[in-house]
Write a protein that binds this ligand. Structure first.
Ligand code: BG6
Length: 484
């Protein structure tokens, strides 16, 4: 791997503490960081290197998957870190940063390969990217990469504006847009499930699949993020990015997993999603907002009673939708997506429901056979379950569903951030969101946002701790299905 400098903006922030430092540490002890590696953190707060390293160490103690108890390894890791106090909106501060980066490059004989990670509020993305270019930080003799996190824009227009500004400083292939769902090991396993299993591959199309259901349900409410969440809602926070990325990953047909193939495969799928007009949105989109209820035995307030949320807020904390793909493999197969906060359980999963077997009805008596299901548990459970029908040999041969399952719970599975950071260090953008995907996702979401604004889609309330609004169930009942 190339020797490089990792420049972290927002180094004193929450994401750095919770995710980035622990992921870097794990990669470091697993030998997945470059041999010559420099990490320069930058934040507004004045601090010396020792205080910064202390913060890093605290974050390892609190959040690392592997206990940071090997003193010599921890010390060697911390030695990689330097800190530079800088105001990211002030151009002259970048000179200090450049001096420190160059000094470390000189000391460690590192070529000018620089990876910039913007762990800052999205308002700063374009400002920082332009300053990186202007200050000379981004004009070294080596390569440069930029990692940013969602949100990529607030709507289609602002996403395009942001992308235009970023592209003045970085080429598309230098931009690594993190969608942490793409780093979840089970998401990266989807194509293998299909292509390493001829049994499944043969069935992975509209001849055999009746519908696909993608669910990301959360127990938590808005937490302390009302300022951000109340202007986003579930549609921007989860749907436009994570949910549509899951749809692309499950629907693409790809025997090869090269970066170029994956990006082309996902692009083809996202471009095939049939857009709805604001007027049509009401028949395929359901939105909801939680009211007071009980979650796992604990009484919790409703959304509008959460600290920082306006009592009159109309923000969606739940969205469900039916989408159609204009793609020969998926013609006639509805994709149902739902995501929400304060639901009954924490679970992200994809369910493929297979069509009922013709000719098997006589085995089930008068009733319909239960459909076969393939249930892919993404998180926090990790596993695959295939639900088949079989005669219960102890009960007069009554046909019953049986589960064939694989479960990886409790195994030492890497965190999404470890996987994605490791890829970015190596310059592999396969599991990052390309601008085409982001833009195309906004194209589907934009008319729905308009429909929400014009109140063309009713805002249903649902009690915290439930499965969301009943209207989400009706969305499937119309087609003869139910949520799994
Ligand atoms: C984030 C959202 O992107 O994903 C949060 O901003 C959400 O609102 C989180 O809670 C869910 O991630 P995970 O990995 O816990 O499913």
């Amino acid at each position: 791997m190339d020797a490089m400098t990792f420049v972290l903006f927002g180094a004193t922030g929450d994401l750095a503490k919770r995710k980035i430092f622990p992921a870097l540490y794990r990669l470091y002890i697993d030998g997945k960081t470059p041999e010559r590696f420099s990490i320069v953190g930058s934040g507004r707060r004045e601090m010396n290197d020792a205080a910064f390293r202390q913060q890093v160490e605290q974050s390892l103690t609190a959040y690392s998957r592997r206990p940071a108890d090997d003193r010599s390894k921890v010390d060697a890791f911390l030695e990689l870190f330097r800190y530079c106090a800088a105001d990211a909106s002030v151009g002259t501060d970048y000179r200090k940063l450049l001096e420190l980066v160059e000094k470390r490059e000189g000391e460690q004989n590192i070529p000018q390969n620089r990876l910039f990670y913007l762990s800052v509020a999205p308002d700063f993305f374009d400002v920082i990217a332009l300053h990186i270019a202007e200050s000379g930080l981004g004009k070294g003799s080596g390569w440069k990469r930029l990692i940013i996190e969602k949100p990529f824009g607030h709507d289609l227009k602002s996403a395009r504006r942001l992308n235009e500004k970023l592209s003045q400083a970085f080429e598309e292939d230098e931009v690594y847009r993190i969608d942490h769902y793409l780093g979840k090991p089970m998401v990266q396993n989807l194509e293998a499930l299909e292509y390493a299993n001829p049994v499944i591959q043969a069935l992975w199309n509209n001849h055999y699949i009746a519908n696909v259901q993608i669910t990301a349900s959360e127990i938590v409410g808005v937490e302390e993020r009302a300022g951000y969440y109340d202007t986003s809602g579930a549609i921007r926070d989860m749907f436009q990015n994570h949910m549509l990325q899951l749809l692309m990953m499950i629907a693409m047909h790809l025997p090869h997993m090269t970066e170029r193939d994956v990006r082309a495969g996902k692009r083809r799928i996202v471009e095939s999603i049939r857009c709805v007009s604001p007027e049509e949105a009401g028949s395929s989109v359901v939105r909801g907002q939680y009211v007071a209820g009980e979650v796992q035995g604990k009484a919790v307030p409703g959304y509008t009673d959460e600290p920082g949320v306006a009592p009159s807020s109309q923000t969606d904390t739940f969205v469900a939708a039916r989408l159609w793909l204009d793609d020969p493999f998926w013609e006639g197969v509805p994709f149902y997506i739902r995501t929400g906060k304060r639901l009954k359980e924490k679970s992200t999963r994809i369910v493929l429901e297979f069509k009922n077997p013709r000719g098997a009805m006589h085995l089930c008596g008068t009733e319909q056979c239960d459909p076969n299901l393939m249930i892919i548990e993404i998180s926090p459970n990790v596993g695959v379950v295939l639900r088949l029908n079989s005669k219960n040999l102890l009960q007069e041969g009554k046909l019953e569903p049986i589960m064939v399952d694989f479960c990886a719970n409790g195994k030492d599975i890497p965190e999404a951030y470890e996987i994605l950071l490791s890829d970015a260090l190596q310059g592999d953008a396969t599991f990052f969101a390309h601008w085409n995907e982001v833009e195309q996702s906004w194209k589907w979401v934009q008319p729905v946002l308009e429909a929400f604004e014009r109140n063309l889609v009713p805002l249903y309330s649902y009690p915290a701790g439930s499965n969301g609004p009943e209207a989400a169930g009706r969305l499937l009942e119309q087609d003869g299905f139910t949520w799994w």
